[in-house]
Design a protein around this ligand. Structure first.
Ligand SMILES: Nc1ncnc2c1ncn2[C@@H]1O[C@H](COP(=O)(O)OP(=O)(O)O)[C@@H](O)[C@H]1O
Ligand SMILES: O=P(O)(O)OC[C@H]1O[C@](O)(COP(=O)(O)O)[C@@H](O)[C@@H]1O
Ligand SMILES: [Mg+2]
Length: 566
């Protein structure tokens, strides 16, 4: 049974802009995927992302097998909705007849308490139309298909959980990132102030905290000031994801809303938890809030904490610049976060204008010879007397590996990186010693100082909106989703969509060209690298625009570019 996606009458629900939505008529929904002519459920095990899956299989009452269902709704002109699961998809079936189904839906859902909330009830059109979706690609061609869409986030007129029955928990996993405490605060305050939920648990120390640590009770009072602090009041960890133990703990504690804040690894873990919850047939909503300081999560506009990180990085770059200009042939070298994605280095460089060279993982570079880094440094020092280099922590790893041994993986399975900053400092010093030129190199590694600070003002607002949107989704009964901002609008994105690939800086788009033109650094690109980068970008665009199974439904997508370049 589907949530209320395919409503016809709902089109007219909160449509009157002059009338408070609270008094708008309830949308009449068609609560069944079977009733929607274009609704497809796809089993991801058999095709690149799925073979057509009999809707009936997903609608059995009770426990289900572990297949990850992709819910696709196709429409006119190549429109595809990549929908998120709903708790009712796997809970017992509702009657087939439309009237009975409607009555059963009305019986199983509750009026949203927001309509009686003095702060919100005056807002015009406060509730979102349940049929609203957000398109992934906003740059389209006249004759191109409408493409992929996600379900729009926001409060629904009817909710699937009664506030009294909600027992929510929040967990933070992976590395630190500015804004974690703000998201925790706003989930707690959102649940409490908007929905009157009183039972909220904080799981301490990441995933393993579900079964190996204590929990803390979270109230609006105890989280009141936490957004002013860096880190996470719940603690975090890598590794320790034991699905069975985690879901046992969820079941034993009677938790029915799980809010998981973390990066790509965490969202993968949340996806597995959702599958197990669904297999056991539990009425539990599993919802993710993507956290990554590196901005490496795809589909979404950007991750929270990223702006703060770029801003804080300026302080390190300024210090490097001051050191560099104050010494003979001064070189300031700054290492910034970015394991596989160099967005922080890229944006911090563009923002600063003091940087002469930015090295990121996506753009391989070389040291010696014509067009290499050493010649460029030499030229900059001769022309300008000083220079600033920004390097992302994942840059040049292949070069370093030629002379140093790999140092293994962390508890989550992430490759541990060799310190590119130290390595590069040593190589530059050696080169200029060999060439008998005096230089003064100062290496600054501000990474942990950057990620430990509280979020700035704009990230605070961003975190607040994400937290409220995720609460609305879970209260409406959606599950197996991550909240994300896509083209400026919040939407519910299936877990698999944000974990199937990483967001990487495209070195063949205009944003990177702007950086090259601002630093004047060599592009380090030979034709082979450019061709490889273009192919990689096309592959990525295909994933972003939709898998082959989507395109069968959506028709051909417009243009090879994912539209990342602004
Ligand atoms: N494929 C996976 N399946 C289940 N859990 C995972 C998976 N990958 C990572 N995790 C868990 O997610 C948590 C955070 O992952 P990590 O990679 O450290 O950080 P991030 O989520 O920030 O990328 C860890 O507890 C880890 O065990
Ligand atoms: O994917 P995550 O958890 O956000 O991790 C990214 C972060 O991990 C790091 O590479 C190292 O973090 P740890 O030392 O905690 O493993 C940071 O520099 C980077 O910001
Ligand atoms: Mg990660």
């Amino acid at each position: 049974m589907a949530p209320p996606p395919a409503s016809r009458a709902a089109d007219s629900a909160p449509a009157d802009p002059g009338r408070p939505a609270a008094s708008a008529p309830e949308p009449i929904t068609v609560p069944s995927t079977r009733d929607h002519p274009h609704h497809h459920l796809v089993d991801r095990r058999d095709t690149p992302r799925g073979r057509a899956w009999e809707p009936e299989r997903s609608r059995r009452g009770g426990a289900m097998d572990g297949a990850a269902a992709v819910k696709l709704v196709s429409g006119e002109a190549g429109y595809v909705l990549e929908d998120v699961p709903h708790v009712s998809d796997y809970l017992p079936d509702l009657p087939l007849f439309a009237l009975w189904a409607y009555m059963a839906w009305a019986f199983l859902t509750y009026p949203n308490p927001l309509q009686d909330n003095p702060a919100y009830s005056v807002v015009k059109q406060y509730f979102v139309n349940p049929d609203d979706t957000v398109c992934q690609k906003i740059v389209v061609h006249k004759d191109g298909p409408r493409g992929n869409h996600f379900r729009r986030a926001g409060p629904r007129q009817r909710v699937y959980f009664e506030p009294d029955e909600v027992h929510a928990c929040i967990v933070t996993c992976g590395g630190l990132c500015p804004g974690l405490n703000t998201v925790i605060r706003e989930i707690v305050c959102g649940l409490s102030d908007m929905y009157g939920v009183t039972k909220i648990l904080g799981i301490q120390g990441g995933y393993r905290g579900f079964y190996a640590r204590n929990t803390i009770t979270l109230t609006p009072k105890c989280v009141n000031d936490i957004h002013k602090r860096g880190g996470t009041i719940l603690g975090s960890s890598r590794g320790g994801h034991d699905t069975v133990k985690i879901v046992d703990s969820i079941q034993d504690r009677g938790i029915n809303q799980v809010y998981v804040i973390g990066g790509d690894g965490t969202q993968r873990g949340a996806g597995v938890i959702f599958e197990e919850v669904r297999r056991r047939g539990l009425k539990v909503s599993v919802a993710g809030i993507p956290k990554t300081i590196d901005n490496d999560i795809p589909v979404i506009d950007k991750s929270f904490g990223f702006d703060t990180a770029v801003e804080e990085a300026q302080r390190a770059i300024n210090a490097a610049h001051v050191e560099a200009v104050s010494a003979e042939n001064g070189i300031g070298l700054v290492k910034l976060m970015g394991r596989h994605s160099g967005f922080i280095a890229h944006y911090a460089t563009l923002a600063s204008r003091d940087v002469d060279c930015c090295l990121i993982p996506e753009s391989p570079f070389y040291l010696e010879g014509e067009g290499g880094l050493f010649r460029y440094i030499e030229k900059r020092l001769k022309d300008n007397g000083h220079m600033v280099i920004v390097v992302a922590e994942g840059a040049g790893q292949k070069l370093i590996a030629e002379t140093m041994q790999s140092i293994g993986k962390d508890a989550s399975g992430n490759e541990l990186l060799l310190d590119v900053g130290l390595w590069l400092s040593q190589k530059i010093n050696e080169y200029f010693k060999r060439n008998k030129m005096i230089i003064n190199l100062k290496y600054i590694d501000p990474t942990y100082m950057i990620r430990a600070i509280p979020s700035n003002a704009s990230d605070n607002v961003y975190c607040t909106l994400l937290a409220h949107s995720v609460v609305h989704g879970a209260m409406a009964g959606y599950t197996g989703f991550t909240i994300g901002q896509v083209n400026g609008r919040h939407c519910y994105i299936p877990f698999y969509r944000i974990t199937e690939k990483q967001n990487r800086v495209s070195i063949t788009d205009r944003m990177w060209a702007r950086l090259l033109s601002s630093t004047n650094q060599p592009s380090f690109l030979c034709n082979k690298v450019i061709e490889e980068a273009k192919k990689e970008q096309e592959r990525a665009a295909q994933l972003i625009d939709g898998s082959p199974s989507h395109r069968k439904l959506a028709g051909k997508v417009a243009g090879p570019n994912s539209g990342d370049t602004k």
